[in-house]
Design a binder for this molecule. Sequence first.
Ligand SMILES: [Zn+2]
Length: 443
Amino acid sequence: MTTRSTSTANKDPKKHTKSQRTVITGGTVVSQGKESVADVAIADGVIVEVGSGLQGDIALDAKGCYVSSGFVDLHTHLREPGREEAETIETGSRAAALGGYTAVVAMPNTDPAQDSVAVVEFVRRTGQRAGLCDVFPSGCITIGRLGEQLAPFAQLAKSGVHLFTDDGNGVQDPLLMRRALEYARDLNIVLAQHCEVSRLTEGAVMHEGACCSHMGVPGWPALAEELMVYRDIELVRLTGAPMHFLHLTTAGSVELVRQAKRDGLPVTAEVTPHHLSLIDENLLGFDPLFKVNPPLRTKDDIAALVEGVRDGTIDAVATDHAPHADHTKQMPLEQAPPGMLGLQTALAVTNTVIGLSPTQVVELFSVNPARIAGIADQHGRPIAVGEPAHIAVWDLSSTSEVSRNDMVSKSRNTPYHGMTVKGRIRHTVFGGEIVVHEGKAQK
Ligand SMILES: [Zn+2]
């Protein structure tokens, strides 16, 4: 008796091996701006067939769902090395997989910072060992993110780093930023700016406006972001080097980037789910869960961000996933560190508050961020034969309630606990391996 029957053999996705043939059945494939009902067969880490009635060793049910390239997060804080009590590369990767991500860009504000080849290699290798998604370390723009001396761009670029940022800090010195852009242009890497003129935000805990005056706490003015966006657009114009703007929050920033794109400048921009869904008034109860940098703004800013997403001024949704252990986060507002979880809730929250078409999801969460991160040869690819099997299966219509207890991060600082959201990740396939099945992590 032969043991290998085509469609009924090992149906348990936990027990599958890479060489087995997995078929994602009955979903709607979203790829290159088109939607079509098709099965997708995978073997040895690549897509081997797209069509109808496909058979395999393992079937992944995708009925009622969309099937797309896996998501790419441009902005993930994994906290390792240095703050493993808040998150590790493994726990953060698991949260990413549950959010449909097959690749994340790890922000460099670790301890030590990602300003040397040794540290970025550690982050990359630890990500490979976890094996839940690709972890692409970013590099610092300046040594220690101190804004004084440029990091060794050439060495870091040679070791595979494409995106450089001092995230958490903006690069304050315009001359240093100009030099950084000149090196970046020659090395074919991209700088990503955290736009904050720090002299204007000293001691700030939230958006400067009516709400912060009412609460009597120091404010973070929109101008502190917009001044740096303006300066850096002009430095891009001067140097010709590309620039990515991290987590934009204000109507003024969106308008500056819109105009820069009209001028043909090589700038890109991201927005976070929380800046699309929450406002300064969420802080009226002084709950540190809503403290984040840059801060939550106003309804008018959200309207401008949504318009920026709609007209392509904003290229990507990025999470700024920022885990903090309870004992550090649950502090008085002035002392609490800024940041909130984002990976597991990004698609559902964004879809709930602004409504997304399937093609918009693929562009904002996968194709555009992969291009900006310089990994478009591996991620954000079409669903087609021969392409790497980094795949997310999701829907935009099922509803569920977010619970902090469902967070697999080492931290629980989600601001969405109790919120009803629309949309979910059903399966995630990373390099041909089923890492999330029916919304549950498989390793
Ligand atoms: Zn930042």
